[in-house]
Design a protein around this ligand. Structure first.
Ligand SMILES: NC(=O)c1ccc[n+]([C@@H]2O[C@H](COP(=O)([O-])OP(=O)(O)OC[C@H]3O[C@@H](n4cnc5c(N)ncnc54)[C@H](OP(=O)(O)O)[C@@H]3O)[C@@H](O)[C@H]2O)c1
Length: 330
């Protein structure tokens, strides 16, 4: 810890079955813009500053560098293993029989951990694209969602949980109808579901569906992902930090609109995982959620600002014969 860092005991936690998770984390996807060195340096700085939750994934291509940072932090006494909550995810090309365990084994080796705190199914399809591809890229082997295929992946997730290699298992990029199709057949329920959540895309139906079942929502792209890759940009996308309701709250609190998005997220009940390689920003993000909350009126105004504007449309995962990106989301 540095003298100006945040005491992690001041950061609130959400309760999970048999455990807990910090109410804010740091994202680690460099958006094809920041390489492993920059992202892992930010993770090192964030650990020292007081972050205890890190959202990783094999496809982000930086778990080995982040693992070195964890290892150094444990050796230097910055933090103990059990004090951090590490999420990783199985990528779409590792859905085959036996592949989930292989993928997790690789992530554990890279992250230099004996277990992850949570392991998620990154996308509910085995469809994948080349790293850094553009928005028109399609893989001819792509297929639509199949509950049976998903459940085969989930059986493997349950096994790694049984083996103690992941304390929790979870899902990502789901919809209510996909969850309705698979949840009745899960032996172990997901503890966490990661989904895109920001003021202009609140996914109220999916959010409530999860909360009512004690499944903790994690909100990705909580600031509206201003630096997302070109393949995830479309004409008409809303800029969250320019929403009048967000700007008004920012003015009232004398803060950047990005910090309003994070206060709103935590007060609503999801766990935001903002990304930044800039110390000033990731420090401000952690501080924002422990001080000066939004008023009920500001929360209500932002609740009404929803524009149903999905930014990460996932069109690169479409299969032959599919219509538009909406087909991925039922
Ligand atoms: N499960 C999934 O499929 C999925 C999909 C997408 C993302 N994710 C996860 O969610 C994380 C976050 O999502 P994201 O990176 O797409 O979007 P985001 O967190 O909404 O936005 C990140 C961008 O916001 C800027 N920023 C951060 N803090 C700021 C501040 N205080 N003031 C002004 N600007 C600020 C950063 O710029 P600077 O770096 O210049 O500060 C960064 O480029 C990812 O890293 C990843 O871990 C998961």
């Amino acid at each position: 810890m540095t003298p100006d860092s945040v005491d992690p005991r001041r950061v609130p936690y959400c309760v999970l079955p048999g455990g807990r998770i910090p109410r804010i984390g740091m994202g680690t996807f460099g958006s094809d813009l920041y390489g492993p060195e920059e992202v892992s340096a930010a993770v090192a700085g964030a650990l020292r500053f007081g972050y205890r939750l890190f959202d990783c994934a094999s496809v982000y291509g930086n778990e080995d560098r982040i693992g070195q940072v964890f290892d150094e932090a444990f050796s230097a006494g910055v933090v103990k293993r059990e004090e951090i909550f590490v999420i990783s995810k199985v990528w779409n090309d590792m859905h085959g029989r036996g592949d989930v365990l292989l993928s997790l084994a690789r992530s554990l080796k890279d992250l230099r951990l004996d277990y992850v705190d949570a392991y998620l199914v990154h996308w509910p399809f085995p469809n994948y694209h080349a790293p850094g591809c553009d928005g028109d890229a399609r893989n001819p082997d792509s297929v639509p969602f199949s509950a049976d295929s998903y459940l085969e992946v989930w059986r493997q997730m349950e096994k790694i949980r049984d083996m103690g290699l992941a304390r929790y298992i979870g899902m990502s990029n789901m919809t209510v109808s996909k969850m309705k199709a698979v949840l009745p057949h899960c032996r172990i329920m997901p503890a966490l579901v990661e989904m895109e959540l920001h003021p202009s895309f609140q996914q109220t139906g999916l959010f409530r569906y999860c909360v009512e079942r004690n499944i903790q929502p994690i909100g990705y792209s909580p600031l509206g992902s201003p630096n997302r890759p070109g393949r995830d940009r479309s004409p008409g996308d809303v800029v969250d930090t320019e929403l009048p309701e967000v700007e008004a709250a920012a003015r009232a609190h004398g803060i950047h609109p990005a910090l309003v998005c994070l206060k709103w997220a935590v007060q609503r009940g999801q766990i935001p995982i903002p990304f930044s390689v800039h110390e000033k920003n990731y420090r401000a993000n952690l501080c924002a959620i422990i001080e000066d909350p939004l008023t009920d009126a500001e929360m209500l105004a932002i609740a009404k600002a929803d524009k149903n504007c999905r930014l990460i449309k996932g069109q690169v995962f479409l299969w032959e014969g599919a219509g538009g990106w909406e087909d991925l989301w039922d």
